[in-house]
Design a protein around this ligand. Sequence first.
Ligand code: 5AD
Ligand code: SF4
Length: 448
Amino acid sequence: MKDAEPKRYFLKTFGCQMNVYDSERMAESLAREGYGETDNPEAADLVILNTCHIREKAAEKVYSDLGRLRDMKERRRKDGKETVITVAGCVAQAEGAEITTRQPAVDLVIGPQSYHKLPELVARSKSTRTNIVETEFPGDEKFTRMKAPRRIASPSVFLTVQEGCDKFCTFCVVPYTRGSEFSRPVARIEAEARELADAGAKELVLLGQNVNAYHGEGAGGRSANLAELIRVLASIGGIERIRYMTSHPRDMDNELIAAHAEVRELMPFLHLPVQSGSDRILAAMNRKHSAAEYIDIIARLRKARPDIALSSDFIVGFPGETDQDAEETIALIKAVGFAQSFSFKYSARPGTPAAGRDGQVPEPLKGERLQRLQAVLDSQQTAFNAQSLGNAVPVLFERIGKSGEIVGRSPHLQLVHAVGPGDLVGRTARVAIDDTRRSGLSGVIAAA
Ligand code: 5AD
Ligand code: SF4
């Protein structure tokens, strides 16, 4: 590649919102280095896969993509063009040099704590023509050193406040891939939030693998919890909505529950994964709470904020799960009533305690249990959305949809489609809901 030509990057993101946030920050730092973005990998000098390691399927997808990218790199080489293939994210962190062994076309493997070095490492890989693997754990360096100005694609923005996890659920790779808990200082988060608000952000989605375990440095060097952080961010002019995810039931403290009652900007929605409704399985998962304790937390949240809507993650087919355990999960779902949820078949992850356990559940049985569980969750979601019919719901509009309608989110995180002027994007307007389905709501603008 000649230096005079504009450099272009292609970036594909797998997995959770934390990866989406990291990808946005990588894009910002590449833009600062003069890179333009392309959605066509064939046109890219730099290809980045920001990967997910949480379930086997997600991780294997990366290798099939890499196979195609190897062929593409070869085609481009014949045309006299260089391509740097980069694997970032949790597969990079977990597998490191194994990736370049399995797919030698990969030039750079970079873990989530090293993204501030991305442009430098890309340049080094090009000049040395060697594979580089960078998966150190240097703590907070990444956040302080990725100081490109924030770009805003939507009025709703992700803001990572915490990374890593110390909970060690026995099915989960996160404590190994993202390391132990680290919370960013309040002042740094506040500064980033102000910058986002100045750029037009209306909603902050605070992210962390275990976000409600947040304990960052606050005023006077004291440790601040998530409730305190939320109150600081809610006072920033222009910030109308705050959400946070993902939380652990054990860290749902009284102050955070009180914030749901008192902080107007905190949206009446909470993603609080329970994983299973069976105490036996919860113990085997090392979740550190019972089904009854989860239901009690929900009751206290509803007392604080009666209209709060709930969402959860579920795993079916954890080793040792019986039909009775699966029924107990369905019973918990019926007792709580979820507005939406994510559910997965258990996937044995190398290096996690549950992976080698006896009582692995056969795939077809996992499939049956998942179907049964999803049928109940789907009907709850449909029923939850149906309650909005005829209401005038405040919607923060985020984008223009495929067929020209405007699309946003309700306070309960429901997707709302409405017919209305495009200049409502970035603003909140009331929508009179005239149609509901499982996937969301639609209606007409009632008032801006
Ligand atoms: N198998 C299936 N699902 C998993 N999750 C995490 N690890 C696994 C696994 N090994 C799910 C959990 C978690 C969500 C992000 O992914 O439900 O909350
Ligand atoms: Fe994984 Fe459990 Fe930590 Fe969530 S709380 S990231 S499921 S170990």
